[in-house]
Design a protein around this ligand. Sequence first.
Ligand code: NDP
Length: 449
Amino acid sequence: MKDPKDRLDSLRAGIERRNPAQPEFHQAVREVLDTLAPVFRARPEYAVPGLVERLTEPERQIVFRVPWQDDHGTVHVNRGFRVEFNSALGPYKGGLRFHPSVDIGVVKFLGFEQIFKNALTGLGIGGGKGGSDFDPRGRSDAEVMRFCQSFMTELHRHIGEHTDVPAGDIGVGGREIGYLFGQYRRITNRWEAGVLTGKGTGWGGSQIRPQATGYGSVLFAAEMLQRQGLGLDGRSAVVSGSGNVALYTIEKLQKLGAYPITCSDSEGYVVDDKGIDLDLLKQIKEVERGRVGAYAERRGASARFVPGGRVWEVAGEVAFPSATQNELGADDARALIASGVKAVSEGANMPTTPEAVRLFQEAGVAFGPGKAANAGGVAVSALEMSQNAARSAWTSQRVEEELAGIMRDIHQVCHETAERYGAPGDYVTGANIAGFERVADAMLAQGVI
Ligand code: NDP
């Protein structure tokens, strides 16, 4: 029989041929398949023909036209996507991304990662993802509402609380979920709270859902540090991004006594020697929907804005890439390692390039991959679904305790799995194999479908 590594390599080559011009999807598939050889050797039942082929082919891909009118009456046509990747463990679950860079390859990379992440939470949710190349930046509320309504006019026929449950992602926050939910309710004439997560707490949303991804990413970093006998207290932290994940990463870091000193957007980064003033940053980002450059202008002498710069130029003991894919490359990793970074926790999805991941691992830096480190968001989304199904609402304290327990468990299973397969301290291998085993077991039990 062919060595599992050779077989996985040839499967990967075939997947790349079948899915041309989708570099992010190729990267995400490669990152998983490259870690699976040991599990195929140890458990030959996984080496059955067709399993990896099914796992890397979405169950369903929906691509649709989204026409909408701007405030001047001009018609725009965007493209909408929903990739329903794998439902072996539960209804498809994963966010919607509105960003000009969205195409089918980006949605497939995110959907593929989501399968393993959701499996790691242990909560009975499958993997999916969606979005549009619509750019909400600079659009009025009325324009965003019309876009969301048009998007949902098609999407509604594909989703449902037992089928597919979208949430937010880049460019989709509480405002967009509200407009999407409103249109779903109007078209279907149903109060089906469990069809979307990330809703407002007054109408079916869970406490702590906005905070969950950032909080979870910090809790994962704390677990990784604890394994090395270290803590977060008093440590400087570099955080990229200034959206939902970044803001609540900064908030949790501050609560745990760490010292976040940066944030960024696509125009540059801010470094604040006194530590980020979170109230000011939230005012600018969440209320005014402004840019991080304005933060430096209003903060005074301790802060400066570096246009076009990369946040990884700033020295920090812990790093939280929390903006977008491939935002932290090999040179950035070298700079962070040289500055003495001890742990990297991926708040974003696939923000670290494969070469940068390798550099961190070779340097002995604890590296938490997004599948594990940012799973707190989807975990609390699943808790929101539970609350919706029971028509109940849990307290913040209860949700926060559940989140902390889930992040501890995810860290534990990644750590133990890595050890079991001879890769101690390698959270990438641990997360991929632990997620894979759960999904693969369910797929094998459910037959060839
Ligand atoms: P937001 O839209 O709230 O914020 C995104 C942030 O990243 C903004 O600061 C944005 O800057 C920046 N950014 C986006 N694209 C780029 C780019 N191409 N180059 C540079 N900066 C960019 O999104 P979220 O905070 O929700 O998501 C951030 C990351 O976390 C994504 O990778 C997402 O998939 C991941 N994630 C999110 C979860 C959630 O619960 N929201 C759950 C798990 C993962 P600008 O405004 O200039 O575009």
